[in-house]
Design a protein around this ligand. Structure first.
Ligand SMILES: [Cu+2]
Length: 256
């Protein structure tokens, strides 16, 4: 059980973190080995039954484990401090960048097509069973709460499933939430490029025998870009519509 909780925590951390996927590669390797069920000396978690040992050995083991845990924490802190993107900074690790994609109305668009508007960028796919519809619904509600300020915002829904999400499929889908949401698709390469720029993780995983039987795991984060196309901040997709609206209103009023 503790191991399962740990995996969930790691998964949530990786999913909602703005830092590059590469940072977590070591964690994922651990995760893969753990879930494969192979035995390794590091597997037994605290609380699990341990072979009987003398008090001295036990104390030494505890001290050793404590030191290891401290070391690991230090390493994580260093990595995090190094990779945390400074808001408004334009380092090589900044979020976002140029893209060319196809909008749900069939037009070819680029990041420049949206200059002058605040962008609320979300990556997902129309076959998503739960997270995407919930988030798009929240975005639609947030726009409603913003009233006229919503005119200054363009929500973008970028598919991570370009094979099934054609412009037509996307158009029907986004319209069902709010006609102001713009669906974006492209070639698998174009999607991979834009996902990399936004540090979005996505991975197909099969659910059946047919080629169409698959789901796509993906990060679920709202990215706010300013009217010049610069990354401003992230909003957790877990936020309620009222919180999303309040954050956007605050950001927009601060800037003008
Ligand atoms: Cu989804």
């Amino acid at each position: 059980m503790p191991q399962l909780l740990y995996l969930c925590a790691v998964r949530a951390f990786v999913t909602y973190s703005p830092w590059p996927r590469e940072v977590f590669q070591s964690i994922n390797i651990v995760r893969g080995r753990g879930s494969a069920g192979t035995s390794s000396p590091n597997r037994s978690a605290p609380g699990e039954e341990q072979p009987v040992m003398s008090p001295q050995t036990r104390r030494a083991t505890l001290v050793g484990l404590g030191a290891l845990a401290l070391g690991a924490l230090g390493a994580v802190a260093m990595v995090v401090a190094h990779f945390r993107p400074e808001p408004g900074s334009h380092s090589a690790l900044a979020i976002g960048g140029p893209f060319t994609l196809t909008a749900s109305d069939g037009r070819t668009v680029s990041d420049r097509s949206f200059r002058g508007k605040w962008l609320l960028v979300y990556f997902g796919y129309t076959y998503c069973p739960d997270v995407c519809p919930t988030t798009l619904n929240d975005i639609a509600e947030a726009l409603g709460k913003l009233g006229p300020i919503a005119d200054r915002i363009t929500p973008l829904f970028v598919t991570v499933d370009p094979e099934r999400d054609t412009p037509e499929v996307l158009a029907r889908y986004v319209k069902s939430f709010d006609p102001r949401i713009v669906g974006l698709t492209g070639t698998p390469e174009q999607i991979a490029d834009v996902a990399r720029e936004y540090r979005v993780y996505f991975k197909k995983h099969p659910t059946g025998k047919n080629p169409d039987d698959y789901l796509v795991d993906h990060s679920s984060i709202l990215y706010v870009m300013d009217p010049e196309g610069r990354y401003v901040t992230l909003i957790s997709a877990e936020q309620k519509p009222g919180q999303i609206a309040a954050r956007l209103r605050q950001l927009i009023s601060q800037s003008s």
